[in-house]
Design a protein around this ligand. Sequence first.
Ligand SMILES: Nc1ncnc2c1ncn2[C@@H]1O[C@H](COP(=O)(O)OP(=O)(O)OP(=O)(O)O)[C@@H](O)[C@H]1O
Length: 328
Amino acid sequence: MAPRSCVLCEKSKAILKRPKTGQQICKECFFYVFETEVHNTITQSKLFSPGDRVAIGASGGKDSTVLAYVLKTLNERYKYGLNLFLLSIDEGITGYRDDSLETVKRNQQQYDMPLKILSYDELYGWTMDAIVSQVGRKNNCTFCGVFRRQALDRGAAMLNVDHIVTGHNADDIAETVLMNIMRGDIARLGRCTYAYFKKLDYFSTECIYSPDAYRGHARTFLKDLEAARPSAIIDIIHSGEAFEVSEEVKSTQKAQQTCKRCGYMSSNDLCKACTLLEGLERGMASSGITDRARKKMEAEGPAPDNLRTIPFFRLPSGQPAVAIESPS
Ligand SMILES: Nc1ncnc2c1ncn2[C@@H]1O[C@H](COP(=O)(O)OP(=O)(O)OP(=O)(O)O)[C@@H](O)[C@H]1O
């Protein structure tokens, strides 16, 4: 059978079928439509203003590498006037993050962007290797996720940027929508094709500490759905976007305040990172995970005065941290 030609340019050979539209298109047309969609989202949502400083959360993986490449390309093509920075968080995972940071350092050269690396070790006094040796593999993702979110905000404040952007592909977002539904967590409500065809330099190893079994179930389920109906992924994302959170559910969300200990935004007296860090420092790491363990630690008395804590968080303006929309 003769190869199909691209439905857009009608000249070149089609090399992929976009599940989103069902269109069979060639490589050049794919680059063009993908980049144009990102551009349209940026302009229609008025994401940036000329002169804005933007930190790209750079893990070295495919999604953030595509993000850095596309933002740089669009910034030059459409003259957005953005100052772009790479911001990498070094979680301290030997054999994984040290390798992927080498990719980010190459991206820094390739894309000619300043790079800031901030490590868990310098911020919290703990690497993920040390955390895993205390808590084991089961709950370590909780520590890593909470610590990364705060580290990205703190790194962004150090760079004095107006925005942080992170890379997410359609599969990951659909998985997250499904997982929030399956957990009854409505209130918290891809692909690598682009990176592969553009031959971008990215790091493609899974985190050595991330056996997220629940996400694995969502992923398998989504793959089955997609096999039956290719638009399933994008349909689920649209459903997630269309969910209306009732006022009753919204009212269960706690008001945003700042952490008494470190000044970072929090919905409790202590932010989650301070709670987790206190547990680690007192040798009771699960106190940040289960209510029972927390009560046990509380029963042992207040935190000692010499407890290692996270430096107090202030925005570059000197203001304490204020609420920033939390992606979930
Ligand atoms: N260590 C890190 N330093 C800076 N940004 C990070 C880091 N880890 C994750 N991010 C940001 O969060 C996004 C989503 O991360 P996630 O862990 O889900 O990885 P992913 O979907 O495999 O993305 P990637 O392919 O870029 O690694 C990344 O694209 C990146 O923008």
